[in-house]
Write a protein that binds this ligand. Structure first.
Ligand SMILES: *Cc1c(COP(=O)(O)O)cnc(C)c1O
Length: 385
């Protein structure tokens, strides 16, 4: 059996979890700050706040930016639903910008057109959430220029792109965004079991995120209304959540983070094998500009249907029957029943929809080997016309 993704746990990971289990703190202990510091060092951002998932991190990030029912939030439809749900959790309304077919990322052209229109109609977004699809960075510095012109904030959903670089700068540094969000779910680049993080360079957002993760509570005297307080005293300043990440999870995350560059390098190597071996197969491959270094969270191809004897659905049936569990990223968010009820319809974002009809995510994970890649390619060669 070949899955599309798989985690990699080594002896050191288990040892570091065991150490926490034998220590005084299972949660709210020293591993939390240690993980946050290591994420800062790695991404070269000023602050980090860890939490129990990227879905939670996205909600907190929207809250930290004061997103509320007066606001419109934009993201792309070619993403996991969490990229859009966070706006709705804050009471804001959501809209999408179509993707660029060649990358699966937000189309700069469509974004500009949509902004010009929105300005005319007085419907400009307060926030744009960009997604580094499959680990490929978006054209963030250009989007940043637009954000200044049209006055919107930016969250980068970096759930796919830990370890990716653009113009030699690591993703998550927040040079061109207010907050970046990461996921440590087992299929992502590194894992903490479940887990997520926000990075930012703004102390205002950092302090608020730190409170939101623990029910809006602060124990820091500098942020309290009351002065000269008892040792036990704390204040709730915001309506927050229990989104805390335990020390057990942090220990795994810390241990995994030490290997992230090695992991991303291996993913790039496996992707390069796929690219060479796919040359004779009638498919399109995500275009990676020279100034980008992808983390290859997933390896996505798009079939040219007219060259295959099976259609998109039948290809999945065929691969599953051979125990190769290819996948598809993503079902367009706007076509889920929940979003259709909000008024979204087919043909609203044609590139995202075309992508979904032709895209296939091939198996890619740390321990995948060349024989297994050959098996995947072999199955494709059997179904070409
Ligand atoms: C995985 C993922 C998320 C959610 O991550 P969780 O940690 O599972 O909540 C959000 N956005 C994108 C783009 C993702 O791929």
């Amino acid at each position: 059996m070949i899955p599309y993704g798989f985690h990699k746990i080594i002896k050191e990971d288990i040892k570091s979890i065991n150490n926490v289990l034998k220590s005084n703190f299972l949660t709210q202990g020293p591993k939390v700050e240690e993980f946050e510091k290591k994420i800062n060092n790695y991404t070269r951002s000023k602050y980090a706040v860890v939490c129990n998932s990227a879905s939670s991190a996205l909600i907190m990030a929207c809250k930290a930016l004061d997103i509320n029912k007066k606001h419109i939030v934009w993201t792309t439809s070619n993403s996991y639903v969490a990229s859009a749900n966070c706006a709705l959790h804050c009471g804001a309304s959501i809209d999408f910008v179509d993707i660029e077919i060649s990358t699966g990322n937000i189309s700069l052209k469509k974004l500009e057109e949509k902004l010009i229109n929105a300005k005319k109609n007085n419907k400009l977004p307060k926030l744009l959430i960009t997604v580094h699809f499959a680990g490929l960075p978006t054209q963030q510095e250009k989007i940043y220029v637009l954000s200044k012109k049209y006055n919107f904030k930016i969250i980068e959903d970096c759930s796919h792109s830990l370890g990716a670089k653009r113009n030699n700068i690591k993703i998550g540094n927040c040079k061109y965004s207010d907050i970046s969000v990461f996921s440590f779910h087992p299929v992502k680049i590194i894992t903490s079991g479940e887990g997520g993080a926000c990075t930012t360079n703004d102390p205002k957002y950092y302090n608020k995120l730190k409170m939101l993760v623990t029910n809006g509570i602060t124990k820091n005297i500098n942020f309290m209304n009351k002065k000269n307080v008892s040792k036990f005293y704390y204040e709730q300043k915001y309506l927050g959540y229990n989104f805390k990440l335990s020390d057990i999870h942090c220990a795994l995350g810390i241990s995994q983070l030490t290997r992230v560059d090695k992991i991303v390098k291996k993913r790039n190597y496996l992707a390069s094998l796929y690219k060479t071996k796919l040359e004779k197969i009638p498919v399109d491959i995500q275009n990676i500009e020279k100034n980008n270094y992808s983390s290859y969270h997933i390896f996505v191809i798009r079939i040219k249907p007219e060259y295959f004897v099976l259609n998109h659905k039948e290809i999945f049936d065929y691969f599953y029957s051979k125990k190769i569990f290819i996948n598809m990223h993503y079902l367009p968010i706007h076509l889920h029943p929940f979003y259709k009820k909000l008024g979204f319809k087919k043909n609203m974002f044609p590139n995202a929809e075309h992508h979904a009809k032709t895209a296939i995510t091939l198996p890619l994970y740390y321990d995948l080997n060349e024989d297994q890649i050959d098996k995947v390619i072999g199955l494709f060669s059997k179904i070409i016309k």
